[in-house]
Write a protein that binds this ligand. Structure first.
Ligand SMILES: [Zn+2]
Length: 425
């Protein structure tokens, strides 16, 4: 497999250890002057003195890469949990998902630990090349922000090229996303997952020939070149994950169909590295929140649940997760750099699905959202802060005392509220 410089007892060599030590010093210095966790800048310093560090840190271990526009953090967490009952695991669980963050996470791990790595969509080729990952899990590709809308097709092309150049032993891929299916189809062994997900707005054009793709229930096909949904080996229903015809009952700790789908990817990935199904299922069932997502917390004395939705595809799923009507919900939108400055993507979200309930709108782009809801015919009110939003929602006649109030927020709004909730819980 990959080459590495001389090492001791399967661990990293002297230069790698020096690079990791330097990264750790830089990270500590960065923390001391209050620049966040410091792991990314520390990782950057390590890679600067030893560009082959990632290769060396992964040479002696199994590596699983997880990438997607939506769901990669949750699925990485579920895979880590699925493996944890079987072996030591190291993961970049803080969401630092480019090379520097990954190097920082691996720097202190024991050599035998399996690496479960969340990888930014754009960094998949580089990380695959460096780590020679044996398993690659590809969930979906959708527009993340309007200003990046041309990228999805290029990302699919980059994924396809790197899977040809550095073929992993196993790819676990979404059969229902034509971009992912086209990219993953070149790999020697693909475990195809039937997701039953119905978001197709980002994949209308065929990645092979630019022809038109037609979608039906559990099927899609390009009308021009014949590219079509592959035959699947994994599927999910309300109570079980089905792999090669064998049903495995699963009682999820995370809500919604989307997380059963994420669990199916996790179970297939765990099985591909030799973890027994019962061990993997037990680990998956134990996950109840992922970096604050789905977490039920106390906020100003009331029970709330935070859901992250950062792009149209993510909102499509989030709107399915929120409490059933008539419970009021809070929707929060910011438009900072990490969210994308242009909130016009709000028009691609089917907010019409909120018509049967009352919505409290907040966040820095509350007025853009309010306009969108007005056009969608959704009864709503604007609140100036999350505190006011929770108060207003809790005071609505449809709110039953003691019920949890759902807050669907995009990226930076989610981060703001999550921090506040840590203070209050
Ligand atoms: Zn085609």
């Amino acid at each position: 497999m990959s080459s590495s410089s001389p090492s001791h007892a399967g661990g990293p060599g002297l230069r790698a250890r020096a690079a990791v030590a330097l990264g750790s010093v830089v990270a500590t210095a960065s923390r001391t002057v209050n620049l966040g966790s410091g792991s990314v800048i520390g990782g950057r310093a390590s890679l600067m003195v030893h560009p082959g560090l990632l290769r060396e840190l992964t040479a002696s271990r199994d590596v699983i890469i997880v990438s997607a526009t939506n769901g990669k953090t949750t699925t990485t967490r579920l895979i880590s949990a699925a493996l944890a009952g079987d072996r030591p695991v190291v993961s970049n669980s803080l969401g630092a998902n480019m090379e520097a963050g990954i190097a920082a996470a691996l720097g202190t791990a024991e050599p035998a630990a399996t690496a479960v790595l969340e990888v930014d969509e754009r960094w998949v080729p580089g990380v695959l090349r460096s780590t020679q990952a044996g398993t690659v899990v590809l969930l979906n590709l959708s527009r993340d922000q309007l200003d990046r809308s041309q990228e999805v097709r290029h990302l699919a092309e980059a994924w396809r090229s790197c899977l040809l150049e550095t073929p992993p032993t196993t790819v676990v891929a979404n059969a229902d996303d034509p971009l992912v299916a086209w990219a993953a189809g070149v790999a020697p062994t693909v475990i195809w997952v039937a997701t039953g997900l119905s978001w197709h707005a980002d994949a209308a054009g065929c990645p092979e020939c630019s022809g038109r793709i037609t979608f039906g229930p559990n099927t899609w096909r390009c009308t021009d070149c014949g590219l079509a949904r592959p035959e699947t080996q994994v599927s999910v229903d309300d109570t079980a994950i089905v792999i090669d015809g064998t049903r495995t009952a699963i009682a999820m700790g995370l809500p919604g169909h989307i997380n059963r789908v994420n669990a199916a990817f996790a179970l297939a990935a765990a099985r591909s590295v030799g973890v027994g199904i019962p061990t993997a299922v037990e680990g998956i069932e134990s996950v109840r929140e992922v970096a604050g997502r789905y977490r039920v917390a106390s906020f100003n004395g009331r029970s709330v649940r935070l859901l992250l939705a950062k792009n149209p595809a993510g909102w499509h799923e989030a709107l399915e997760l929120i409490a059933a009507p008539p419970a009021p919900v809070i929707v929060a939108i910011n438009a900072r750099i990490a969210d994308g400055h242009d909130p016009s993507w709000l028009w691609d979200v089917e907010f019409e699905r909120l018509r049967s309930r009352f919505v409290v709108v907040t966040g820095e782009r509350q007025h853009d959202l309010a306009v969108r809801l007005r056009y969608a015919g959704v009864d709503h009110v604007v609140a100036e802060s999350i505190d006011e939003a929770v108060r207003v929602a809790a005071g609505r006649p449809e709110h039953r005392a003691g019920d949890t109030i759902d807050i669907a927020a995009n990226y930076t709004a989610f981060q703001q509220y999550h921090e506040r909730m840590s203070d209050y819980s």
